[in-house]
Design a protein around this ligand. Structure first.
Ligand SMILES: NC(=O)C1=CN([C@@H]2O[C@H](COP(=O)(O)OP(=O)(O)OC[C@H]3O[C@@H](n4cnc5c(N)ncnc54)[C@H](OP(=O)(O)O)[C@@H]3O)[C@@H](O)[C@H]2O)C=CC1
Ligand SMILES: O=C(O)C1=N[C@H](C(=O)O)C[C@H](O)C1
Length: 278
């Protein structure tokens, strides 16, 4: 039986994990319980979920850890210094408003957010820090900087394509990471991604528009997350690649962000801020 006992003692930042039963939720819970820098103070799931009211450790198949799974977001978030949230857009927007009311740090990994969701996050960030990134790993955040530099160095005769692969359960495309990489490539060219992005291709598409940025998504099996930025020139190709093999890289980044945010004022931040890459 797994031991889900809390390692931390004393007055450390208290973290609440939303979407506790999810792939990222469970990874975060294991790492926070093992951490000597933070405490797990709550676990949230949506109303009606089979885990509600159960001890979190037992629900995860191990020994009791003393943290119940709850659907009472207001009461649980009131206990938090940070909320780490890898759920779904509608849930994340609602959690942002509650987390801002509690003046806690909101770390958001959720992808697939629409402009209206982002506007609500911006409003919440007027009251407390929000740290959001489509990918919380060190490697991808370094790749973002490399992509910006390579795009700036190469002319428009180098076509840019972002190719991503994820597990069969992923619901959004292109991935949040692919969009981060596309935005960096566009910035490198002194433009906005919205002006260069090519819609998904199918049928008689015509030739490629010069200077555009294309996206392709593969879904299958248990692929954790793979991203290529392809710079296709004439007679040569340059490919920047990141391969994730373990979700712990995202969870470690999110916990680091939650701790980094403890002395920050209201506002919107990203992982480049957390990692000192800005
Ligand atoms: N930024 C990053 O580094 C990363 C981002 N992600 C993103 O994180 C998100 C989650 O990914 P993943 O863990 O794989 O997905 P899962 O589907 O495994 O987990 C999402 C969890 O959130 C729960 N949830 C949904 N709505 C609510 C709600 N209202 N209240 C509480 N819990 C809720 C779901 O419950 P139920 O199943 O019952 O609906 C589920 O347990 C995705 O958007 C993904 O793209 C993932 C990895 C890294
Ligand atoms: O859904 C996932 O799994 C992942 N989502 C993020 C994304 O959309 O880029 C990050 C990572 O690739 C895993």
């Amino acid at each position: 039986m797994s031991d889900f006992q809390q390692t931390a003692t004393g007055d450390l930042p208290g973290i609440v994990v939303t979407g506790a039963s999810g792939r990222m939720g469970q990874m975060l819970i294991r790492l926070i319980l093992d951490s000597d820098q933070a405490r797990l103070v709550g676990a949230l799931e949506r109303p009606g979920h089979a885990w509600i009211g159960r001890d979190l450790g037992e629900a995860m198949g191990g020994a009791a850890c003393g943290v119940p799974v709850s659907d009472d977001a207001v009461a649980v978030i009131a206990q938090a210094q940070a909320v780490i949230d890898f759920t779904a857009p509608a849930a994340t927007v609602a959690f942002a408003e509650l987390t801002a009311q509690a003046r806690a740090v909101h770390v958001i990994g959720t992808t697939g957010l629409e402009p209206a969701d982002l506007a609500r996050l911006a409003a919440a960030a007027r009251h407390a820090p929000i740290i959001r990134a489509g990918n919380m790993s060190l490697g991808v955040n370094l790749l973002v900087g490399l992509t910006r530099k390579v795009a700036a160095a190469l002319g428009e005769d180098w076509d840019i394509e972002v190719v991503e692969a994820h597990h069969r359960m992923k619901v959004d495309a292109p991935s949040g990471t692919a969009l981060m990489l596309g935005e960096a490539a566009a910035e490198g060219r002194g433009a906005q991604l919205a002006d260069l992005r090519t819609p998904a291709r199918e049928g008689i598409t015509g030739a490629r528009t010069a200077g555009s940025i294309g996206f392709s998504a593969i879904r299958g099996g248990d692929i954790v997350g793979e991203h290529d930025v392809i710079f296709a020139g004439t007679g040569e190709r340059l490919i920047l690649r990141h391969v994730a093999t373990d979700r712990a890289i995202f969870a470690r980044g999110a916990i680091r962000a939650a701790l980094w945010g403890q002395d920050k004022g209201p506002g919107e931040y990203d992982m480049a801020d957390v990692l000192g890459l800005s």
